[in-house]
Design a binder for this molecule. Structure first.
Ligand code: NDP
Length: 357
């Protein structure tokens, strides 16, 4: 497939200004596709064309979708598209109720699927960004369970409804939203294929920047905090599976480009285990002159960042095979590329950053 073969194909990417979505958008633009991005604010368009998508004005168009749950919200945005990559969903751990997560997560999936029914016969693939949190059920399955795409997180919702914590409610919302996708596909039997991508904790250099580091996305902020000398180890997210954002984007693009193979499939994307302690150890080694938190060096991970014996694992066997690789981008590269990007964006800021601790 050459760039010019893709020139007439439009790929819709929802939540385009998000951390993962901008990488997906950029990879699609680099492959010659036309990208139609949606966001809640139209200001995202100028931000992207001045930054992550600079030089791609002719290939990029932007639709504002203020409320992704509203019936018909995506009716205009889906017209004529070849594929839909739906990433928009709340990843905000300051939300306060289960339904703050569930509403947009489930409602967003169903609303865009309903619109997709009338997108036209050229629509071949629907790819949704689910999560490893829709797979891993630590309450129901043994602590050394080797997870595969056959597993589901069925317990988080009841846990979150009994005692709310944002990370558990988030995981529950991803599981419920993905379930809603598969149920909808079964009931509607559309002509387009559907696939779910289930990433672990995503790191790697952002290409769309917030105004200040405190606004970095939920999984990058811990790297910033460690690098900029915060004296408190960030909490581990889930089982600390890691994956680089560039590989997550590649997996989405592959699924959209291979509807015959990806139809009905889920793809765990997780390259091993790396808790925040691993980032602290790595960054102390590479920046010995900085005052980076020590914690308990070496705790909770192995030297090659593979899954720890006796603990659960989430191996990406299917995703490796699909993309024809043995492993994804390493944790060291992911984290070092991330802090290099921080320095380019905010030169010197991390070294002199004043944390409130
Ligand atoms: P970001 O916070 O950078 O992006 C989240 C995106 O979702 C933004 O575009 C945001 O739009 C949109 N969004 C959030 N809430 C709503 C809402 N109520 N209505 C409409 N849009 C909304 O995070 P990521 O890039 O990390 O997340 C993208 C997707 O990847 C999500 O589906 C997330 O669940 C999934 N994911 C992320 C992982 C990670 O480690 N980061 C791991 C596994 C899955 P706006 O800019 O308008 O706020």
């Amino acid at each position: 497939m050459t760039r010019s073969d893709n020139a007439d194909k439009i790929v819709l990417v929802t939540g385009i200004n998000g951390y993962i979505a901008t990488h997906i958008g950029l990879q699609l633009l680099q492959k010659g596709y036309k990208v139609r991005g949606t966001s809640r604010s139209v200001a995202a368009k100028d931000h992207l064309l001045a930054g992550a998508f600079k030089g791609y004005d002719a290939q990029y168009e932007h639709f504002e979708v203020k409320d992704i749950v509203a019936p018909g919200a995506f009716d205009d945005a889906v017209k004529g598209v070849y594929a839909i990559i739906h990433t928009a969903s709340p990843v905000d751990f300051t939300l306060k109720t289960v339904d703050d997560f569930f509403g947009p997560a489930i409602g967003g999936n169903l609303s865009i699927l309903e619109s997709a029914k009338n997108a036209g016969p050229q629509l071949k693939a629907f790819v949704v960004t689910s999560s490893i949190a829709a797979v891993v059920d630590k309450w129901r399955l043994p602590p050394d369970h080797d997870y595969t795409e056959a597993d589901w997180n069925d317990t988080a919702e009841s846990v979150a409804r009994k005692e709310f914590t944002a990370p558990v409610a988030y995981g529950a919302s991803k599981s419920a939203a993905e379930r809603a996708l598969w149920k909808w596909m079964e009931a509607n039997q559309p002509t387009f294929a559907a696939a779910a991508i289930n990433p672990a904790v995503v790191t790697g250099p952002p290409i769309s920047w917030p105004a200040t580091p405190d606004k970095l996305n939920t999984t990058l902020l811990p790297i910033w905090n460690i690098y900029s000398g915060k004296k408190e180890m960030p909490p581990q997210i889930g089982g600390a599976g890691y994956i680089d954002v560039r590989d997550v984007a590649r997996m989405h693009v592959w699924a959209a480009e291979h509807p015959e193979q990806s139809n009905g499939e889920r793809y765990i994307t997780s390259n091993g285990k790396a808790p925040p302690q691993a980032a602290a150890d790595l960054l102390r080694k590479h920046f010995p002159e900085r005052d980076i938190i020590v914690g308990t060096p070496g705790q909770g991970y192995t030297a090659d960042y593979w899954f720890v014996k006796g603990e659960s694992s989430t191996v990406s066997t299917k995703a490796y095979k699909a993309l024809g690789v043995k492993r994804f981008i390493s944790y060291d590269q992911s984290v070092l590329d991330t802090v290099e990007a921080f320095e380019k964006q905010w030169p010197g800021l991390a070294q002199n950053f004043k944390h409130k601790n």
